[in-house]
Structures are given as structure tokens and as C-alpha cells.
Design a protein around this ligand. Structure first.
Ligand SMILES: [Zn+2]
Length: 76
């Protein structure tokens, strides 16, 4: 509860009677020996609107797949 977007500071994942309003990206990264961060753990949350703005800046777009339950039943 009270999870906030590290980018804009807005509260995310507000639970109401109709369910959870917003999904978000939660990142936890333990940087290894060979990074400049040397075994530091980073953790942050990004709300959906910040996420959308963020991925728009990517040179290579994110991979996108349908993930509806019905598709999981199909053998690929
Ligand atoms: Zn945000």
C-alpha cells in the first residue's frame, strides 16, 4: 500500500471496490561486481503514464505481445 511512482511521485496501485486501478512497473536490480555500482541494489516503481513516456524515448521499441488468457492456451 502507498506505493509511489519514483518518477512523478504519484501513488500507484490504488485498491478500490472495483479492483486495482493502476498497474505499474516494479524494478529491482542488484548491480554486480562489473558495474560501476558494485553490488548495490536499486529498487523503484514507475507508473504506467511515466512508463509510456519512458519507453517512447527508447531507440528500439519494447517488444509487445498479447497476453490475454485465451492466447496462453494456444500452443506456439
Ligand atoms: Zn509516474
Amino acid at each position: 500500500m502507498g506505493k509511489k511512482c519514483n518518477c512523478c511521485g504519484q501513488v500507484i496501485g490504488v485498491v478500490s471496490t472495483s479492483g486495482i486501478h493502476e498497474d505499474c512497473l516494479s524494478i529491482k536490480k542488484e548491480w554486480g561486481y562489473f558495474s560501476s555500482k558494485d553490488l548495490t541494489e536499486h529498487k523503484f516503481n514507475i507508473c504506467e503514464s511515466c512508463y509510456d513516456k519512458w519507453i517512447e524515448t527508447f531507440k528500439i521499441p519494447v517488444e509487445e505481445h498479447e497476453s490475454h488468457d485465451v492466447f496462453q492456451l494456444l500452443p506456439f
